[in-house]
Design a protein around this ligand. Structure first.
Ligand code: KIV
Length: 296
């Protein structure tokens, strides 16, 4: 028997839902926007309780929770299942679903159909695309808000020369700038800048009119995002330079599981308080029944 379902957490019920208008206002007022990734219901509840503004069901779920080597193999159906679980744990934060590789590049029709699935089947408020201003424009026209993503775009990391900072020459920085402006012009409500030199971000920020969320792009963006499993120490693998670790969840999990393993092996668990009781007279009756059965 496992833990029964819990009622919806109410920690976030005082907060008003984060809208696209609210994000624009935060940018205008210089209030930093907080975004995290989440891939499941309990993490979504933590993001809600922590007062996060935007939750992204990133395709980084591929390597962080599904065990793929990178983000390329994750499918739309897998992303939709994770996004729906996150939706059930969120109330106030804006929920953005990442369109996975191969689900939007082929045509505007494909991009629109996939974006609609994220809204209708998983309850996402918006979707994110890497680059692809043309597809972003089509999705926006079809009624779904789009977040863009420039700089290091993991879905096409091989073409970018691997997982490395982008925009480190004047020409490459200009290419990042042009892509950001194209996404802004396409109607994106926000853009992620990933792994860009801080000085380049400063230059591009002067031209941006929509909220920019940075990850490894310096301090001048309108907000910051980190990948949940990196920032909370849920995995023990490689950490990019721009990650700050705020917790050691894997260490805690390991300590807990090692303690359980030890206590089962030494019969220290379960203790009396972890067991169910039976009324003494019922136990006596049961034993009598067994004795009669043996005599028969
Ligand atoms: O998939 C992801 O986690 C992302 C973030 C790095 C923004 O795209």
């Amino acid at each position: 028997m496992s833990t029964p379902p819990r009622p919806h957490q109410t920690d976030g019920e005082q907060r008003r839902p984060v809208t696209l208008t609210k994000l624009g206002e935060m940018r205008a007022l210089g209030e930093p926007i907080v975004m995290v990734t989440a891939y499941d219901h309990p993490s979504a509840q933590v993001a809600e309780a922590a007062g996060v503004d935007i939750v992204l069901v990133g395709d980084s779920a591929a390597n962080n929770v599904l065990g793929y080597p990178d983000t390329v193999p994750v499918t739309t159906d897998e992303m939709l299942m994770l996004a729906a679980a996150v939706r059930r744990g969120l109330r106030a934060p804006l929920l953005v679903g990442d369109l996975p590789f191969g689900s939007y590049e082929a045509s505007d029709e494909q991009a629109i159909a996939t974006a609609h699935r994220f809204v209708k089947e998983a309850g996402c408020d918006a979707v994110k695309v890497e680059g692809s201003a043309e597809r972003a424009r089509a999705i926006v026209k079809a009624g779904v808000p789009v977040m863009g993503h420039v700089g290091l775009t993991p879905q096409t990391a091989i073409a970018l020369g691997g997982y490395r900072a982008q925009g480190r020459t004047a020409e490459r920085a200009r290419a990042v700038l042009d892509e950001a402006l194209a996404l802004q012009d396409a109607g994106c409500f926000s853009i992620v800048f990933e792994a860009i030199p801080a000085d380049v971000t400063d230059v591009i920020m002067d031209l941006m009119e929509i909220p920019v969320i940075g990850i490894g792009a310096g301090a001048s963006t309108d907000g910051q995002v980190l990948v949940l499993h990196d920032m909370l120490g849920i995995h023990g693998g490689f950490l990019p330079k721009f990650v700050k670790r705020y917790a050691d969840v894997r260490g805690e999990m390991l300590r807990g599981m090692e303690a359980f393993t030890e206590e089962v092996r030494t019969r220290a668990f379960p203790a009396r308080e972890h067991t169910y009781g039976i009324a003494p007279e019922e136990l006596t009756r049961l034993k009598e029944q067994l004795r009669e059965r043996q005599r028969a």
